[in-house]
Structure formats: structure tokens, C-alpha cells
Design a protein around this ligand. Structure first.
Ligand code: NDP
Length: 492
């Protein structure tokens, strides 16, 4: 099934307009063909979106909606995404090269995010706080105002939904800036949001360069919060600029997550989990389990099983439903991945499999790269420290719990961790000892919208998802009601 790709129009302040910024070329990574040229937003477009968002967010027609009324928009958006999930998945696969199986799941998860945030909104409660005087004291939560979401290219519809749904649920306006390598799928989201009848101006989509559009959203004083998902260095820069205007930010950043396989693990479960953890999404995942620690007693057996299973992975076209490893997003990104591997080999790493582009007619013109496993280095090597964001795994041995916790934590990042063992008490101890926002035991890369997600250390600050996810888009206000009816004694 093929669908028309979105045309060269952005959804700004409730209307479809051609962007006045530079053209952005979207290519299909499976064969290199041009999908579309979309003109990005200019500074004038961003300013227009901000101005209209300010008006829309303070309009009583939106501000005075009760939670169940506001939630109705979220349910409509959820239904709209679910009903057109096939089309959204198609556009996202064309935009990013991801397999159609994965993009279908991402579209459905985005629908689930809107539905969950609608339900969470309807059931959130304000607090009557204990009083220390003749007062009734309340703690209420209110919208921040105009907010922004800045997202990367690796799972656009899902990461967009994780920002737009709680922002709207909280009563804000939100301006979304997608990554320049994937400008199309957010236009599909805009189509669904427009059809939901959401008041004009509350949502705009502003593709365009990070240094222009992104920067403007971060620095404009009208923007009251930025939620950013992307690389650590860009996130650090955003945090600095946010500090200047004392604006709250949420930063979902990079990772170099350890996966730990103990000698008592079910090896088939562990092999499947490790493969999925690092090579699904062609490794372009912030939570990729890209550092593998295998207990010394099973190191050789496990690694040879893993290498054989890796070599059997099906590398293929994004629209082939049997594909496990699809193309990377962009030729420049593949060059970066290749440079990481070359450098590791120059520094003495041993190549166990991969390390090259697959050959043959199927791969002609596409941005393919073989799943790669490296070994023979210690945890201090660059390949163990730097995020590669591609299908590259490095394997290291470890001795015992203490050793693997120390090696696992000896890294700037702290996003996720996987633990494979039959001993649940050990799994618990290691899970508590590892510095990470999420730990999976005997599984990997599983998500629930009701479970908070985020990182520690260089992997970011703040949490998305979960009921509290909406609170992150709100300001808390305390209200004291005097019950005494008497003048304050000080004034006597
Ligand atoms: P980038 O940090 O390069 O870009 C992310 C977004 O920020 C893009 O929209 C980009 O725009 C924009 N941007 C770039 N520079 C600025 C700036 N100065 N001001 C404001 N916005 C800016 O990341 P990638 O798109 O390359 O994505 C990969 C990274 O994202 C990886 O490090 C990955 O780990 C991380 N990530 C983290 C996740 C998490 O939840 N922790 C989930 C998914 C990815 P443009 O594209 O125009 O440059």
C-alpha cells in the first residue's frame, strides 16, 4: 500500500502555509530517492506561531475547558492517529527508512499516548493541603502557557506524541520542531490534530534547522518550557540558554547502555534480548544496549552464539515485513558510524562480525550497514564510551556483581540497562546498583506509557510518561482561603 506524501506546506497557527525558510530535502533511505522538498519555517513563521499560540492559550474558550472537555480533543487525536496508522507508518518509513512493522507500532503507540494522557487528565486531582492556621489551603496545577517540543529523527511520531499529548492535556499550546532529516511525519500528525477541531494556534509544526528554528524556540521569552529529545551536546547547550531565562527544560539525551549477561542466564533468552536491544531500529535508539558485559565463565560460548545469530539477521528494505535490520537514516550518519568502527579497529579492537556495507542489488542506493560486533578492548576505549547510534555492539567480559556494576557505571551516560540472570535477588541488587533511568530484567526495550522514562548523568533530566508526565507541563499554585473573617492581628 502506498500513500501520497505530505505536500510542501507547514501547519502554522492553524493554517497550512508554505514555510518561508530554507528547503529541506527528505530522502527515502532504502534507495536514496527524493521523497519531497519541504520549505522549513523561517524566523517570521516561528514568531507568527508564537504570537498566535499566546492568543489561543489565553482564550477563555480553551482556558476554561474542564478536564473532561479538554480530554475529548486528546481522544479524537488518538482515534485519528489509530484510524490512519497505516498511512502515518508509510510516511514515517519513507521519511526515516525504519521498517514498516516498527513504524506501524510507533503510530499505534502515539495513539495510545494521546489516549492515556486524556484519561490521566480526567483523573488527575488537585490537593487540599494540611492547614497550619485558620485557612483552607489548596495546591492547584495550571498550564504554563506556550511551550515547545524539539525532537530527533529516530522515532518521530512516538517522541512527538510524548511531548504534544501531555502539553495539550496540561492546557498549554505547543510548537513542535522535528529533526531536519525527518520533516514529513509530523505533518501527518498536524493533519490529525487539525481534524480533531483543536482551537487554531494551540499547535504548530515548524520544521527547520536546529540552529535557527530550535534556537528561536529556546530563547524566545514567550516560550515557558522546552522539552527536548536529542543528543547530549545539543541538550547541554539548550540547558545553558534555558538557564538564562530561568525556563524549565526536560532533556531526554543520549546513552551507552550496558547489557549484563550472568552465567546463570537462559542463554537463548539473553541472545534474543541482546540482538533486539542493540540491532532493532538499526541501533538508532537512545536506549540501544550497545555495551555488552558477559560473565567470564560463559564468555566464549555466549559470544559465539551471539555472532552466529547476528550473522543470520535479515538486512533489508523498509517495506519488506521480514526485514529485521533496515537502512540507516542518512548517508552522513552511516559515515559517522563507519568512522567509529574504523577508529576502534585502529585502536586495537577485534572485529567479530560486520564492519561493512552489505553488497548486492537489494542494497543498491540504500544506506545499509551490517550489524557489527567488536571485542578485545577495555571499558575505557572510545568505542565503549561514545554513543554511536548505529548497529554496533562492543562486548566485554566481567568477573562478578561488583565488577560489572563498577564497569557499567563507569560511563558518562545513565539511560538504560539490561540484566539477564535466573537469580532474582541478584537482578534486584544489580538493578539498584546501576546508574540508569530504566532497567530491564530478562528483557529489553519494553515500554509502557504509564511507566516514567528518562535518564541520569549525561542522559538527561526530567521524566516523560506516566500520570506525573502531565505535571511536568504545569505550574503548581498554592491558594490560602482565610476562614477567620477577622483582620490580621499585626494591623491592630
Ligand atoms: P540532535 O541533538 O542533533 O537533534 C535533535 C533535535 O534538536 C533536532 O530537531 C535538531 O534539529 C535540534 N537541534 C539541533 N541543534 C539545536 C539547537 N542549537 N537548538 C535547538 N535545537 C537544536 O539529535 P539527533 O536528531 O541526531 O538524534 C539523535 C540523538 O537523540 C542521540 O543522541 C539519541 O541518543 C538522542 N535520543 C534520545 C532519546 C531519549 O529519550 N533519551 C530518544 C531518542 C533519541 P536539526 O535536525 O535541524 O539539527
Amino acid at each position: 500500500m502506498t500513500y501520497e506524501l505530505p505536500v510542501d506546506r507547514l501547519f502554522i497557527a492553524g493554517a497550512w502555509r508554505q514555510g518561508r525558510g530554507a528547503p529541506i530535502n527528505s530522502h527515502f533511505p532504502a534507495d536514496g530517492t527524493l521523497n519531497r522538498v519541504v520549505h522549513g519555517a523561517s524566523i517570521e513563521d516561528v514568531d507568527l506561531a508564537i504570537e498566535r499560540a499566546q492568543t489561543a492559550v489565553s482564550d477563555p474558550a480553551w482556558r476554561s475547558l474542564r478536564p473532561h472537555e479538554r480530554a475529548r480533543f486528546l481522544y479524537k487525536i488518538a482515534d485519528g492517529i489509530a484510524q490512519t496508522a497505516e498511512r502515518i507508518a508509510y510516511v514515517q518509513s519513507r521519511d526515516t527508512g525504519k521498517t514498516i512493522t516498527e513504524t506501524t507500532a510507533l503510530a499505534l503507540s502515539a495513539a495510545g499516548t494521546f489516549r492515556y494522557m486524556g484519561a490521566a487528565l480526567e483523573t488527575l486531582e488537585d490537593a487540599l493541603t494540611p492547614s497550619r492556621g485558620d485557612y483552607l489551603t489548596f495546591s492547584v496545577y495550571e498550564a504554563l502557557g506556550v511551550t515547545a517540543g524539539i525532537t530527533p529523527w529516530n522515532s518521530p511520531i512516538a517522541s512527538d506524541a510524548q511531548k504534544v499529548a501531555p502539553a495539550l492535556a496540561a492546557g498549554n499550546a505547543i510548537l513542535l520542531k522535528p529533526a531536519s532529516w525527518s520533516p514529513l511525519v509530523c505533518l501527518e500528525l498536524a493533519r490529525v490534530i487539525e481534524a480533531s477541531g483543536l482551537p487554531a494556534g494551540l499547535f504548530s509544526v515548524l520544521p527547520g534547522s536546529g540552529s535557527l528554528v530550535g534556537e528561536r524556540l529556546v530563547t524566545d521569552r514567550a516560550i515557558r518550557k522546552v522539552s527536548f529529545t536529542g543528543g547530549t551536546e545539543v541538550g547541554r547547550g539548550i540547558a545553558r540558554k534555558a538557564a538564562e531565562k530561568l525556563m524549565p527544560v526536560s532533556l531526554e539525551l543520549g546513552g551507552k547502555s550496558p547489557t549484563i549477561v550472568f552465567a546463570d542466564a537462559d542463554l537463548d533468552v539473553a541472545v534474543a534480548g541482546v540482538l533486539f536491544g542493540v540491532f532493532s531500529s538499526t541501533g538508532q535508539s537512545c536506549i540501544a544496549g550497545s555495551r555488552l558485559f558477559v560473565q567470564r565463565a560463559i564468555y566464549d560460548t555466549f559470544v559465539s552464539k551471539l555472532v552466529a545469530a547476528t550473522q543470520a539477521l535479515r538486512i533489508g528494505h523498509s517495506f519488506d515485513r521480514t526485514t529485521q535490520v533496515a537502512p540507516l537514516i542518512h548517508p552522513d550518519h552511516r559515515s559517522d558510524v563507519e568512522a567509529h568502527v574504523r577508529r576502534a579497529l585502529a585502536e586495537g579492537a577485534e572485529l567479530l562480525t560486520g564492519g561493512e556495507r552489505p553488497q548486492g542489488a537489494t542494497y543498491e542506493g540504500g544506506v545499509y550497514y551490517r550489524p557489527t560486533i567488536l571485542a578485545g578492548v577495555d571499558n575505557a576505549a572510545a568505542i565503549c564510551r561514545e554513543e554511536i547510534f548505529g548497529p554496533v555492539l562492543v562486548v566485554l567480559p566481567f568477573d562478578d556483581e561488583g565488577d560489572v556494576i563498577a564497569q557499567g557505571n563507569d560511563n558518562e551516560y545513565g539511560l538504560a540497562c539490561g540484566i539477564y540472570t535466573a537469580d532474582f535477588a541478584k537482578a534486584w541488587r544489580v538493578a539498584r546498583g546501576i546508574e540508569a533511568g530504566t532497567v530491564w530484567i530478562n528483557t529489553y526495550k519494553q515500554f509502557s506509557i504509564s511507566t516514567p522514562f528518562g535518564g541520569v548523568k549525561d542522559s538527561g533530566v526530567g521524566r516523560e510518561k506516566g500520570r506525573e508526565g502531565i505535571r511536568a507541563w504545569m505550574a503548581q499554585k498554592s491558594i490560602y482561603f482565610d476562614l477567620s473573617g477577622k483582620p490580621h492581628p499585626w494591623a491592630r
